[in-house]
Design a protein around this ligand. Structure first.
Ligand SMILES: Cc1cc2nc3c(=O)[nH]c(=O)nc-3n(C[C@H](O)[C@H](O)[C@H](O)COP(=O)(O)OP(=O)(O)OC[C@H]3O[C@@H](n4cnc5c(N)ncnc54)[C@H](O)[C@@H]3O)c2cc1C
Length: 380
């Protein structure tokens, strides 16, 4: 095998998901020479329901008309929510409150749009300190490495993270597949109306989400104990109720992520910082991670620009402060896990039957973050 040519850059971003591509674009626009390295070739799949809110579109300055040319872009105007197996409550909005995308399309679009040099199909295998900062994989030299490699990010490991050891992660499994003509008629899920099914112990929830001709079904739980058993029982019950077609594949794909409230990863070091899932930023109540991935990428890009080439820990530390200001202090007695602790009580099933609670608390507050102030930062 030939050795790749030695190259240098101002910033190396490891991971080309939404966090990596957003940060790359912002830094490129600021005039920095950026390389994104990803172990996969793009387009690639990412285990994800692919639900994004209007805030994500605004943060990304997404040209929706351009994006939807040949790609799935499913408007969402309503939801069905309830305890799995119990009655469902319909919440209908006057306008579009979310959108469904396919991650293979979305991530590829954003990465190609970033305008930076791409090193795809190469995993970060080694990073060692050098006079100029870092030498990565023995052929890329850079003063700053940004870890955007998701939950198992190798840069996060370098900063001390030990995924799977002592971290309380959410484990989730999902399947996304194209419905054939027959299945489109028998599928009980409406495209504009995703359905959420909370586990009766309130340790997680399942979803059915139809995006155009694609159906996404999944379930996530704190800790992930007996996840496969829960997922297969969920799939069987959805088929029995006529929600999803009998031919829905059973080979669900799994992944994990950290909720902001329970993540304890160091996010800054000399010449290094973490963004997105690598930093453990998903919203505690819903598990939504794309918006915090993009927001953290923009906050990081701003701090990097202010540091003006001096990437010592003290110059990058304001990034950690900005995360705290945006999402709360991690030491705060915030809820741990997918749903607020106080809520995991006998009243949960009763409350979820309330139309008011479903709209104003579950959806507006926990899932749509309608009351959150927009992030103030230079554009993506
Ligand atoms: C089942 C499931 C459903 C979800 N549904 C939603 C949802 O509907 N909406 C939402 O907002 N969030 C959802 N999330 C969370 C969301 O997927 C993540 O928060 C989001 O993908 C984080 O983006 P990221 O850019 O930080 O990391 P990722 O999207 O994980 O990207 C990381 C990239 O790093 C690359 N990489 C990894 N290791 C290396 C290495 N060693 N070297 C080089 N590259 C590497 C990977 O190939 C990948 O491309 C879901 C998560 C799961 C598991």
């Amino acid at each position: 095998m030939s050795t790749p040519p030695f190259e240098s850059c101002d910033v190396l971003i490891v991971g080309g998901g939404p966090a990596g591509s957003t940060c790359a674009r912002a830094l490129c626009r600021a005039g920095l020479d950026v390389v994104v390295m990803d172990r996969q070739e793009f387009p690639r799949d990412k285990v994800c329901a692919g639900w994004i809110t209007p805030s994500v579109i605004n943060l990304l300055e997404l040209d929706v008309e351009d994006y939807r040319q040949g790609r799935v872009f499913q408007p969402i105007t309503s939801f069905l929510t309830g305890i799995d197996g119990g009655p469902q409550v319909a919440t209908i909005y006057d306008s579009e409150v979310s959108f469904g995308i396919r991650r293979c399309e979305f991530d590829n679009y954003l990465l190609r749009r970033s305008g930076v040099r791409l090193v795809l199909g190469e995993a970060l295998d080694s990073m060692r300190r050098s006079g100029r900062g870092w030498v990565v994989n023995d052929h890329v030299e850079t003063p700053l490495v940004i870890g955007a490699g998701g939950h198992f990010c190798p840069v996060a490991r370098h900063l001390g993270a030990r995924p799977g050891r002592g971290e309380i992660a959410v484990a989730a499994q999902e399947i996304e597949f194209e419905l054939d003509a027959g299945q489109r008629h028998t599928c009980g899920i409406q495209p504009q109306m995703p359905e959420l099914f909370f586990c009766d112990d309130m340790k997680g929830y399942g979803w059915c989400f139809r995006k155009g001709n694609f159906l996404n079904v999944g379930l996530g739980r704190e800790g992930g104990h007996q996840l496969s058993r829960h997922v297969q029982a969920f799939r069987a019950s959805l088929i029995a109720r006529g929600k999803i077609p009998p031919g829905t594949p059973a080979d669900f794909h799994g992944h994990a992520y950290l909720l902001y409230s329970s993540a304890r990863r160091a996010v800054v070091d000399n010449g290094a910082l973490l963004i997105g899932d690598a930093a453990g930023l998903a919203y505690p109540q819903s598990g939504e991670g794309i918006r915090p991935a993009i927001e953290s990428a923009l906050m990081a890009a701003q701090i990097v620009q202010s540091a003006a080439g001096d990437y010592r820990h003290a110059r990058l530390a304001p990034y950690q402060d900005r995360l705290g200001a945006r999402y709360g202090l991690r030491e705060a007695p915030a809820s741990q896990g997918l749903l607020p602790e106080r809520f995991k009580m006998a009243v949960a099933g009763w409350l979820l039957r309330s139309r008011w609670f479903a709209r104003h608390v579950v959806l507006d507050r926990w899932f749509l973050h309608k009351h959150d102030k927009p992030l103030v930062t230079p554009s993506a």
